[in-house]
Ligand binder design. Structure first.
Ligand code: ATP
Ligand code: MG
Length: 246
């Protein structure tokens, strides 16, 4: 299988707190991997290590064959690693479509020319509309971002990450805070992600996890407790004891 992301013996200490313990993990092209585990297990910390928000105390991270352990966040994004943006960094009054176009401009190195008429870049406009359609947001293209429902804003975050044409997408609890009624749309959008994109998702919603993931990694006390197919994880007595609780 084609490995896109390879974590080797990652460790992270916060002072005396040993939060990530010898995590070795591979993510393959097009794979849907869920990372689950109790609160405080170190899931978000692992995503922060992968995306470069935090530097590991020891260990190595490779994207394809490239060692990215020491690369800053922006360079990792250029190398094909994206995580969902924080919606709070977005301009609330900007139309949804414009928001995506700006991300595309940034990818193409056109930042600073954003004031040029949109029709100067018809291919990017098309791409923005196609991305919004993938995520079920096409009908809202002209709306100011602040008018989107909460779940739709999470979808827009995913659209902005996809605008960077990543090879690996990291999603940290995309369902958190999404009202019940909007959950189905988010699931549909996750199902519509490009098949060659490798997706690592952290999620506490076990219905989503077992529906979406081809493989599940269970983290407990910062270490990998189990790594297997959903049916193997469901049967694993250690996982039940540590997390699933039944
Ligand atoms: N910057 C930091 N400084 C000190 N301790 C931290 C820092 N970030 C995380 N921790 C600690 O590391 C541990 C793991 O936290 P982390 O946020 O990675 O857990 P998590 O698995 O994402 O939990 P949750 O399911 O609640 O989101 C926790 O004990 C947390 O308090
Ligand atoms: Mg977390």
């Amino acid at each position: 299988m084609n490995t896109v992301l390879h974590l080797q013996a990652l460790d992270k200490h916060f002072g005396g707190l040993h939060v990530t313990r010898g995590v070795t993990l591979q993510l393959h092209a097009g794979e849907r991997l869920a990372l689950i585990g109790p609160n405080g297990a170190g899931k978000t910390t692992l995503v922060n290590l992968i995306s470069g928000v935090l530097a590991p105390s020891s260990g190595r991270i490779a994207l394809h064959e490239q060692d990215i352990t020491a690369l800053p966040q922006a360079a990792r994004v250029r190398a094909g690693l994206a995580r969902t943006f924080q919606i709070t960094t977005l301009a609330p009054q900007l139309p949804v479509q414009r928001q995506v176009e700006l991300a595309l401009f940034e990818r193409e190195g056109l930042t600073g020319r954003w004031w040029r008429p949109v029709h100067a870049y018809p291919a990017l406009t098309q791409e923005a509309l196609a991305l919004l359609a993938t995520l079920g947001l096409a009908a809202h293209a002209a709306l100011p971002t602040e008018r989107l429902a909460y779940g739709e804003q999470r979808l827009l975050e995913i659209a902005l990450a996809l605008a960077l044409k990543p090879r690996v997408l990291l999603l940290d609890e995309p369902m958190a805070g999404v009202p019940q009624g909007e959950g189905a749309r988010l699931l549909a959008a996750l199902d519509a992600l490009p098949p060659d994109l490798a997706v690592l998702i952290i999620e506490h919603d076990m219905d989503l996890v077992f529906r979406f993931a081809q493989r599940i990694v269970v983290l407990a006390d910062g270490a990998v407790l189990a790594d297997g197919r959903p049916d193997e994880i469901r049967r694993d007595s250690r996982v039940r004891a540590a997390y699933l609780g039944h």
